[in-house]
Write a protein that binds this ligand. Structure first.
Ligand SMILES: *Cc1c(COP(=O)(O)O)cnc(C)c1O
Length: 432
């Protein structure tokens, strides 16, 4: 198969590298793990992207999660146009903010009040501050392989033991910022129980992705989320579900409704903005009333609740509520994942597949991936070959083995068939 021309992307990327660090505004977009220059995107429509060389791609990135309806859903576009005609930002309340807050609260019963911010990072950063302010405690427990944005205190990987104090995973994060962060293995109830027995009275919150999307898709094992809930209640600390990726994705009510576990606080992003920069954090009225101006915990934002962003998120949530695409998304995604599984088996490749709702990962690993330690053993070279091959067939996958793939309501049965045909060719090719 001949490689499609990418000359325009190549030369634009060379230019971008002169003025933007690494040529990208977020490192996940760089093709460092798979080689080559990232494609420069011209436009998107439904399930497709077009790059600036005119190549059409079936999109399984969906802007890293927001586009559950596909690109340019007509109702989302129309809401944006109506709002744009009135101006872009006022720094004063609008009705759209209240409507989006009400829509979130209606979808996610554990949320009684919600504050809008501009990114998932801001949501988790603010939620941690609120948890600390509300409990009067400093320590935060997170899990290795969970990503909560680039918040200083959350940029901490696994320490080796349960009580290992945090070691920052980036220069520029002062040791002091990470010192109150304890990183534990995901899905390990024993470690969490032991840690809580030791330091539970100092812990402000336990934060986790209830379904991890940021080490590839890793589902919680039976009982793990319940154990998190029970231990937080027993030790008087807050349970924060970071549903920036899973919110409105794995179910309309998020992972908490899918697994029927109620957190104290929830962080959101991605779909809640429908493709505009939005984050949100919410919880019980009692907790949320500690936020400024009602309470003492400070958090603010000049552009928070931006009308265009609110209109985009609100239109997205309304379409999701009214069309309820989740059963079809489940069915379409499971057909895709079963087909990938079969194709990799036929090619004789070590692999496992993981799927929750319309999030999935094909891992080049021989064991089920339940934690970061296992995920770290993925065959990333094989993944890179798979990614390159799929791209040559016009299939746009996340450019890292450690990211989730997303199916949207705009993907047709024919798109899935084309993807599976490409995967059969590519997987047998890279096995040979
Ligand atoms: C994407 C993501 C974030 C960070 O959101 P940004 O908008 O990139 O700051 C936080 N938590 C989870 C679970 C995410 O997937």
């Amino acid at each position: 198969m001949t490689t499609p021309s990418r000359d325009n992307s190549q030369s634009h990327f060379t230019r971008a590298r002169q003025s933007i660090p690494g040529g990208v505004n977020s490192p996940a977009r760089a093709f460092g793990a798979v080689g080559g220059a990232p494609l420069i995107i011209d436009r998107g429509d439904g399930a497709y992207l077009w790059d600036i060389d005119g190549n059409r791609l079936v999109d399984y990135v969906g802007s890293w999660g927001p586009h559950i309806l596909g690109h340019r859903h007509p109702e989302v576009v129309s809401a944006l146009e109506t709002t744009l005609a009135k101006g872009t930002s006022f720094g004063a309340p609008t009705t759209l903010e209240t409507e989006l807050a009400e829509a979130v609260i209606a979808a996610v019963p554990s949320v009684e009040k919600v504050r809008m911010v501009n990114s998932g990072t801001e949501a988790t950063m603010s939620a941690i501050r609120l948890a600390r302010g509300h409990t009067g405690r400093d320590k935060v427990i997170k899990f290795a392989g969970c990503y909560h944005g680039h918040v200083d205190s959350l940029l901490v990987q696994a320490g080796s033991g349960a009580l290992t104090h945090g070691v920052p995973s980036s220069p520029g994060v002062p040791a002091g910022c990470a010192a109150d962060t304890v990183a534990l293995p995901f899905n390990d109830v024993e470690e969490l129980t032991a840690t809580m027995e030791n330091i539970g009275s100092e812990v402000a919150c336990v934060i986790l992705e209830p379904v991890v999307g940021n080490m590839g898709v890793v589902a919680p094992v039976e009982g793990f989320l319940d154990a998190c809930r029970q231990l937080c209640t027993a030790h008087g600390c807050l349970l924060i579900f970071d549903e920036v990726m899973t919110g409105f994705r794995v179910a309309f009510g998020g992972a908490q409704s899918l697994y029927n576990v109620t957190p104290d606080m929830t962080t959101m992003g991605k779909i809640v903005g429908g493709g505009m920069p939005v984050g949100a954090y919410g919880g019980s009225a009692e907790i949320m009333n500690s936020i400024s101006p009602d309470g003492p915990v400070y958090q603010a934002g000049t552009l928070s609740g931006n009308p265009l962003a609110m209109a985009c998120g609100l239109a997205t949530l309304k379409v999701l509520r009214d069309t309820n695409p989740y059963d079809r998304l489940d069915a379409v995604t499971s057909r895709l994942v079963d087909g990938l599984d079969q194709a990799a088996t036929d090619a004789g490749l070590d692999h496992v597949v993981a799927r929750v709702g319309s999030m999935f990962t094909l891992f080049f690993n021989s064991e089920p991936v339940t934690s970061y330690d296992v995920s770290a053993r993925n065959d990333t070279e094989r993944f890179a070959a798979y990614h390159r091959g799929m791209l040559d067939h016009g299939i746009y996958l996340p450019c890292s083995q450690f990211e989730a793939n997303f199916v949207s309501a705009a993907h047709t049965d024919e798109d899935i068939d084309a993807t599976l045909a490409a995967a059969r060719a590519v997987l047998s090719d890279i096995a040979g």
